[in-house]
Structure formats: structure tokens, C-alpha cells
Write a protein that binds this ligand. Sequence first.
Ligand code: HEC
Ligand code: HEC
Length: 261
Amino acid sequence: MNFSLMRLFVWLPTALLCLCTAVGAQTAPPTPKPFEDSIAQRSLACTHCHGAQGRAAPDGYYPRLAGKPAGYLYNQLLHFRDGRRHYGLMTQLLEPLSDGYLLEIAQYFAELDLPYPAAPPAAGTRELVERGRVLVMQGDASRQLPACVQCHGTRMTGVLPNVPGLLGLPRDYLNAQLGAWRTGKRRAHAPDCMAQLALRMSPDDIQAVSVWLASQPVPRDSKPAERLAPVAGLPVCGMAAITASATSATSATSVKTGVVR
Ligand code: HEC
Ligand code: HEC
């Protein structure tokens, strides 16, 4: 990794550290630590928002990164960098980074295996919650809505390499993402299955699936499924191929910085 990229990742945590030490200066003297050049150290710029080790922040908005499929995380980093998803502060961080480096970050967070907090109780009427369960588990053939589990896995923990799990996500985050697909603010690689689906869902459907999903416990083994049984007629969804150039850039980066995963 070149020096300017390193500075980028060092900058945010250092700025925060300065702030905290200035505030705590009267009580405890700061203990300077030598800078350790590892991807865990450099990803502190990310975990400041995404929670320690990418576990999600307690406020329910900053999503979890830990343990999500690497291909999915990689696609999202490309989406933010290239303008298919929008969050200015993150885009600024990602803009200067190469595909290879984004893949390396994605693989780092995907490999973390951390427990999830307990799910909150369902925040909706019994009818709404039941409607959510039926849509997720069975879909609605009359509106050409496939069951969510057909792509996201029967255990809803996602499917390698690029389909994320649906559990352990806060209701507000789910609502916001499905709403963003409806309005075209969030996009994925073509064919963008989620955009097609979200357009067939009413605001009440979105509310129902978000309420039900957010209240479901994450199973103890929260790892994504290896593969799905193919279902006839189910669309094939777009994803970025993890290209040879991205992979070779990764190994080049790893060799240069001596990153140990
Ligand atoms: C200033 C806060 C902030 C920082 C810093 C930040 N993020 Fe984010 N990130 C967010 C928010 C907010 C979202 C959700 C945006 C949305 O609504 O789509 C997000 C979404 C994501 C997603 C998509 C998650 C998913 O499940 O779809 C990934 C991946 C991600 N961030 C990775 C990173 C990485 C890697 C870094 C460090 C280079 C980083 N973020 C730094 C706030 C931040
Ligand atoms: C045909 C396959 C397919 C079906 C059916 C499907 N999804 Fe998805 N879903 C995907 C793919 C692929 C992605 C990743 C898109 C990307 O790369 O951004 C995704 C992503 C998502 C995300 C983003 C997760 C995050 O962490 O940001 C949510 C939320 C979601 N789907 C909800 C649903 C719900 C709810 C249903 C059922 C109503 C559903 N999906 C049905 C394929 C599918």
C-alpha cells in the first residue's frame, strides 16, 4: 500500500485519539502506543462508525460488517466508491482505494466471527408481523414476489459469495435499504434483483418484512450457506466478479505491507 493510503487510514483514528486525549488530559496522562501496520489497525477508520470490529453501532443505523460474505461486502464497497450507493463520508474514504485494496478490506471483515446481540421484540401489530413472516418465507406468487429465503438462504444467514444474510439487521436499516431500492437511491450490479423486487412491494410490505426480520434471533451458527439449491425461474442476480486483477493486486498489497490475516 502506498503512503497516501496509509495516511488516510491513520488519519481518522488519530484525529479521534487526539480529541479523546485532549478531553481526558486532566485525569490520565496519554499512553502513546507504537503504530502497528495491520489491516485491523487501518480499519479503525471504519470501526469508528461500524462498531468495534465491525459489529454494528448500538444506535441501529451503522450496519454490521463482521461475518458478512466477502463478495457481498466487496460489491458494496464498489457501489459506494462508484456511486451506486450514497453515504458521503464513506465515499470520501473509499474513493482513492483500488479494487484490490477494497477486496482486502472485504475479506478482513468477512472473516471476523463475532456474536450478535439478542433480537429486540417485534415492533408492530400481530397482523403486520405475520404478514412479514409470510412474505419472507413464502413470497406472494400473485405479485411475482419470490420468497426472500429463496435467495437469502433457508436460515436467512446469506449465501456465498454475494448474498447477505437478513438477520441481525435493525428495522430502520432494513426499511431504509428497501426504500432506497424502490426510489433508485441504492443500486446493485445488473440484473439488480432487489430493485425489481422492491418495486413490487408496497410501503406496508416493506414495513412488515422489516419488522418481522428485525425481531428474529440470529442462529448460533450465523455463517452464510455455501450455495443454494437452484430454483427454477428465479432470476440470477448481478455481482462483480472478483477479477484476476483485483486478486493479484491483493496479493501484491499483502506482500508489500506484510499483512497477516
Ligand atoms: C462516518 C461513518 C462511516 C465510516 C467512517 C464508514 N462507514 Fe461504512 N457505512 C456507514 C453508513 C451510515 C452505512 C449505511 C449507508 C446506507 O444507508 O446505505 C455504511 C455502509 C457500509 C457497508 C454496506 C453494509 C451492508 O451490509 O450493506 C459497508 C460494506 C461499509 N459501510 C464498509 C465500510 C468500510 C470498509 C469503511 C472504512 C474504509 C467504512 N465503511 C467507513 C457509515 C460509515
Ligand atoms: C432473486 C434473489 C433475491 C431475492 C428473492 C431476494 N433478495 Fe434480497 N438481495 C439479493 C442480492 C443479490 C442482494 C445483494 C445486492 C447487492 O449486491 O447490493 C440482496 C440484498 C438485500 C438486502 C441488503 C442487506 C444489507 O445488509 O444491506 C436486503 C435488506 C434484502 N436483500 C432484503 C430482501 C427481502 C426482504 C427479500 C424478500 C422480500 C429479498 N431480499 C429477496 C437477492 C435477492
